[in-house]
Design a protein around this ligand. Structure first.
Ligand SMILES: CC(C)(COP(=O)(O)OP(=O)(O)OC[C@H]1O[C@@H](n2cnc3c(N)ncnc32)[C@H](O)[C@@H]1OP(=O)(O)O)[C@@H](O)C(=O)NCCC(=O)NCCS
Length: 186
């Protein structure tokens, strides 16, 4: 599937509502993410209101398949946040196409590094349920997926694990920090 990637500003009100639905449904397995009333709609709205935030949608005809956002957190590093693909069309290349589009846009803006946090809030890796202190960084080498955690998706696309935030979402529920260099090495 080769979707058409478009800036968020061009979405119709119906597609914007779909962006919130996809955000809610793609994260339905994560107890802490966008499940409350209006949370997904509020998150989508930030990408229209906050100048540090931009997003792109993936369309098949008029149908929104997924979307990706970024936050201009540093002068030369942007956070990739969030990335969601409609559960009914996952594993068909939409997520990879969105990441590729964002990387191209970021590189064109002189960004050197894209980074992201991918929570393990549901037992998707072998770090779930563990106390990661002491020697948090030492736990990175043994990190492995147990139930299709998206860190494996990002690793396929060239992102490497650069850190762990222990207990980010409660005891034993870490965030996994990943980053990719966009510019050629010095
Ligand atoms: C993670 C997500 C964005 C991936 O999008 P997608 O459209 O399903 O992924 P793609 O089809 O583009 O996958 C690209 C490659 O990664 C692989 N892949 C996708 N998801 C994977 C996973 N969870 N684990 C391992 N590999 C994965 C695909 O098999 C494909 O490999 P290939 O190039 O060898 O065929 C999507 O599954 C999603 O929305 N998940 C729920 C929300 C989420 O977790 N977002 C990320 C939070 S940080």
């Amino acid at each position: 599937m080769t979707p058409r990637i478009v800036p968020f500003e061009t979405l119709t009100p119906g597609q914007r509502a779909e962006a919130a639905r996809i955000l809610r449904e793609a994260f339905a397995h994560m107890p802490s993410a966008y499940g409350g009333p209006g949370e997904a709609e509020d998150e989508v709205a930030t990408f229209f209101a906050d100048p540090e935030r931009e997003a792109f949608g993936a369309l098949d005809g008029d149908r929104l398949l997924g979307w990706i956002g970024r936050v201009a957190a540093y002068s030369h590093a942007w956070e990739l946040h969030p990335l969601v693909v409609d559960p009914s069309v996952q594993r068909r290349g939409v997520g990879a196409a969105l990441v590729s589009a964002l990387e191209g846009d970021a590189a064109a803006h002189g960004v050197l590094t894209l980074y992201l946090g991918t929570d393990d809030d549901f037992g998707g890796t072998n770090l779930f349920g563990r106390d990661l202190f002491p020697d948090v960084a030492g736990k990175i080498a043994g990190l492995a997926p147990t139930r299709g955690h998206p860190f494996a998706f990002y690793r396929r696309l060239g992102y490497e694990v650069v850190g762990l935030v222990p207990d980010a979402n409660g005891p034993g529920r870490p965030d996994i920090l990943m980053a990719k260099r966009l510019a050629p090495s010095r």
